[in-house]
Design a protein around this ligand. Sequence first.
Ligand code: FAD
Ligand code: NAP
Length: 302
Amino acid sequence: MTKDIIIIGGGPAGLTSAIYTSRARHSTLVIEEKAVGGQIILTTEIENYPGFPKGIMGPELGMLMEEQAKKFGTEIKYDSVKSINIDEKKVITEKEEYTCKAIIIATGATPSKLNLPKEEELTGRGISYCATCDGAFFKDQIVAVIGGGNTAVEEALFLTNFAKKVYLIHRRDKLRAEKCLQERLFEHDKIEVIWNTIVDSLEGDDSLKGINIKNKITGQISLLPLDGLFIFVGYTPKTEFLKGLLELDENGYIKVNEKNQTSIPWIFAAGDCISKPYKQIATAVGDGCTAALSAIAYLEGY
Ligand code: FAD
Ligand code: NAP
């Protein structure tokens, strides 16, 4: 199959690009390996995306973006991109090969791990990286959240809908989450914050029984019995398949110029997978728009 523009990833960045490129009458294919909407379908209410003063649920926003892209003729295929053949301008997926004139990479990011022994074995057996997906399994139980960013704080608040007690464990004595979220966290009577603390090791074989936590100031290690552990310690860009093809920064994020153009002139990139300081839906949408307009300008020769 040949398309003018192939967009890899169907999150907010990719779908915004698709709205612009298909509306500009360039045949557009979005390839999405999991679910259209990207990370926003993993969250509940979004309060900071303009146009929705009463907030909007993440999955609904994802569906609206998809509907808007399809309205202008975007085609969406469920498949996983494995590589790009730079010389032949081909996108190689698990199932097929597609030729195109330009590519927009919008592959986003996945949750980072703590990389502790047994973390992988206990994932789905007490350890989770998604409160929206797994929170309901912990009704009236005790859970802990690791991290001090927006995700950790929002998800800790969300988990109070199910758990009887939520610990938020942070490695410093200050959160990086927005102040309005911090206020809600500190006011909540089900949440207890444990400062200056890291997870030293995990307890449990078939399922998580608890964690050994280490106070970074005193060095003291103590056992915290738990039913669930939710890890929100940032994200890793989904750019493995681009290594050696495009310029990436030291953390694997794609380097782009002010036109969201990568080190290959006909490949553009947008959203959480690019090297930038703020990762939000609004910034992903902005990047998606810039990448699309740049790709259109490239194809139309201006
Ligand atoms: P993503 O949303 O990550 O989408 C990338 C897509 O690409 C995914 O669907 C993925 O499956 C697909 N993909 C990846 N690799 C491949 C491949 N090789 N082949 C095919 N498809 C691929 N931001 C806010 O502004 N407000 C909020 O309230 C907010 N809440 C959040 C809550 C949570 C729990 C999380 C995790 C994030 C939240 N964010 C929020 C951040 C926001 O979701 C992201 O900044 C945004 O989704 C980034 O969009 P994106 O399109 O760049 O990437
Ligand atoms: P983040 O902002 O990168 O925060 C990660 C947190 O995990 C930090 O507090 C960090 O500690 C901690 N951490 C990192 N590695 C750790 C380790 N090995 N052990 C223990 N703690 C560790 O990630 P995020 O909260 O997932 O947010 C990602 C992006 O999405 C951000 O740009 C965020 O603004 C955005 N987002 C926005 C919203 C919203 O707008 N409402 C909601 C969710 C996410 P330090 O603070 O010490 O570095």
